[in-house]
Design a protein around this ligand. Structure first.
Ligand code: ZN
Ligand code: ZN
Length: 160
């Protein structure tokens, strides 16, 4: 079958070709931005659900190991995230993306992981990944957790 050449692309004015890549880049970024923000509520729910399961088992001891493991297996909680919460300095981490050194908006650590006293006053904390407004263990926010550890690292750079 012979290919039919359609004339669907109108010739753009001269010079368009030069700026097109940049325009496209903007467009992609805007789309990405929208997409990421739309995911924030999902990230939060994901976090809350894992947190619920985590607290049921580790803090309140309200469920059996068997049930806990079942919930993990069924995907009701994120085992990787929970594994982080068990580590000093990571007790409140919001999502796994925020502790990946690359792809963050505050040096090597996501802004939401930076303790409040290390940020300039009035600086808006809003994680680009999940919309988190601060999950550093050192920030002493109201996220009431009885578990506090001593000697937590000020910033997480490497992860064993
Ligand atoms: Zn966070
Ligand atoms: Zn996050």
């Amino acid at each position: 079958m012979p290919k039919i050449k359609s004339s669907r692309t109108k010739r753009a004015p001269e010079g368009f070709d030069d700026i097109e890549p940049t325009l496209r880049e903007f467009q992609t970024k805007m789309k990405d931005g929208k997409k990421i923000e739309a995911l924030w509520p999902i990230f939060r729910l994901h976090h809350q659900r894992s947190r619920y399961v985590y607290e049921l088992y580790y803090k309140r001891e309200a469920i059996s190991k068997e049930l806990y493991e079942y919930l993990l297996k069924q995907g009701y909680a994120d085992a990787n995230l929970i594994a982080k919460w068990k580590k000093a300095g990571y007790e409140k981490v919001c999502c796994l993306r925020c502790i990946q050194p690359k792809d963050t908006n505050f040096g090597t650590t996501c802004v939401c992981r930076v303790p409040r006293d290390k940020l300039e006053d009035g600086k808006v904390i809003e994680c680009i990944h999940c919309g988190c407004r601060g999950c550093s263990s050192g920030s002493g926010a109201s996220a009431g957790s009885a578990a506090t550890h001593k000697g937590k690292p000020a910033a997480e750079s490497n992860d064993a």
